[in-house]
Design a protein around this ligand. Structure first.
Ligand code: GLU
Length: 452
């Protein structure tokens, strides 16, 4: 007998459109994406937007632009603001089964209750006072003009799940307040909408930050109350700054956009984010497919994980050095126009920290550039020995061989003055690759001390 094929996972990334994509959230999106890709599943994008005003619309566009830049394409896209009917239906189901009950306390009354409980040394759990209201009480409150919010009655007892990151979890539902699922104005809250969508779209695994662990207990009970099976769960440890400080969602410097603006390659960021929190080494990857290889969610640990931008500064040049021309030609063209040839890329890429550094090397090639001539006699001799066109990778060794034979200069004494004269810089790309790009006329002019 053959074993049943494992079902391909369906996962979702569910950002709340409150601003640009934060790097901590980008990591959650990436882990979901990698999980789906590595198992032949579907990565779904679900915007947890409750209303669709202009600001939300802009945030959704910005989040999608950031996800695309990272290379995280989605198989399906949903907006919660389009799904009110489904939430209304679920609300009716829960009311009909008696799990949703109306409550009339104001925010002030609830806050007072909590203070009294805390002062008495009790946990600030909602006391279900609203369940003691008789139908007549409820009518009287409504007649006063009060509208209820609705709470979901939790079943007491332990709720457990096998978390893909945290292992076996077992929490006491009795220690939690019945969550509010519907506001006074009738709009549903995240705890409910998320479960309704996860059920409808057949989400098999909910992978999210560990700040949502407390939501998992009511949500598991909600899946069951709505007639479904809870999915699998993975709660990722939090990402912090280099000193363990929280990466606040509002912190501009921790947005994906800010990393892009600093010139970091998307795949440098994904190479790092995919391995942070595992004991696997962070290695530069050529592309996302390469990041998928070796991905296993079980390798993530439970401790908070630090993101140090200094690691990106080390990783980014390594990623660029391994990037083939075909993968970069469009962006190279945008940066330096018609100079964006494969020969230019081969010359420049070992010398880049960020891609925009190509402009500096393009300027060295085309000039005008003031040469540094330390010994004009040597420079004149070198100019006399310049080989005729056409030039290639062979020209530099042939030319420097002839200069060595004529002057006796060798090693640094031979190469250093030539580099200074031709580039104005102490170090840089391989001269044999740079020389044919600069070309004979400019080389001759620079050796003569002219700005060219
Ligand atoms: N919108 C929620 C958030 O951004 C989604 C949480 C979840 O994945 O269930 O935190």
């Amino acid at each position: 007998m053959t074993a049943a094929a494992p079902t391909a996972p369906i996962v979702r990334f569910a950002p709340s459109p409150t601003g640009r994509l934060h790097v901590g959230n980008a990591r959650i999106a990436l882990v979901n994406w990698l999980f789906a890709k590595s198992l032949g599943g579907v990565f779904m994008l679900r915007h947890d937007d409750t209303d669709a005003d202009r600001e939300v619309h802009d945030a959704i566009n910005a989040i999608e632009a950031d996800l695309k830049w990272l290379g995280l394409d989605w198989g399906q896209r949903v907006q919660q603001s389009d799904r009110q009917d489904a939430y209304d239906k679920a609300i009716e189901t829960l009311k009909a089964s008696g799990r949703l009950y109306p409550c009339f306390e104001t925010a002030e009354e609830l806050s007072l209750k909590r203070k009294v409980q805390l002062a008495a040394g009790k946990p600030p759990v909602y006391d279900r006072a609203a369940q003691a209201l008789t139908p007549a009480d409820i009518e009287a409150l409504k007649a006063e003009g009060r509208t209820p919010h609705w709470r979901f009655q939790l079943e007491g007892g332990r709720v457990g799940w096998a978390d893909l990151v945290h292992g076996d979890m077992d929490l006491d539902a009795g220690a939690l307040s019945d969550p509010v699922l519907v506001r006074e104005d009738g709009t549903p809250l995240y705890t409910l909408t998320s479960v309704v969508d996860d059920l409808e779209f057949g989400v098999t695994h909910v992978i999210r930050g560990e700040d949502h662990i407390a939501n998992t207990v009511p949500q598991i009970q909600l899946f069951q109350a709505l007639g479904g099976d809870p999915p699998g769960f993975a709660h990722m440890a939090l990402l912090t700054g280099p000193n363990g400080e929280s990466l606040s969602k509002r912190l501009g410097s921790a947005s994906v956009e800010s990393f892009r603006n600093k010139g970091f390659e998307a795949v440098a960021l994904t190479s790092l984010l995919a391995r942070l929190g595992t004991s696997d080494p962070v290695e530069p990857r050529a592309d996302l497919e390469d990041v998928v290889a070796g991905f296993d969610i079980a390798r993530f640990g439970r401790s908070p994980t630090k993101l140090d931008p200094a690691d990106l500064e080390i990783l980014n040049p390594k990623v660029l050095h391994g990037t083939p021309f075909a993968a970069v030609s469009d962006r190279l063209q945008d940066a330096i126009g018609e100079m964006a040839t494969e020969a230019f890329w081969e010359m420049a890429r070992p010398n880049l920290n960020v891609l925009s550094d190509v402009s500096g090397w393009a300027n060295v090639v085309t000039g005008p550039m003031a040469p540094v001539i330390e010994d004009s006699e040597f420079a004149t001799k070198a100019a006399e020995l310049l080989p005729p066109d056409p030039w290639s990778d062979e020209t530099w060794p042939a030319w420097t061989g002839a200069i060595k034979a004529a002057t006796g200069a060798k090693g640094r004494d031979l190469f250093h003055p030539l580099r200074l004269a031709l580039t104005g810089q102490e170090k840089g790309p391989e001269m044999k690759k740079l020389l044919p790009l600069i070309g004979r006329d400019r080389v001759a002019a620079r050796l003569a001390g002219e700005t060219a």
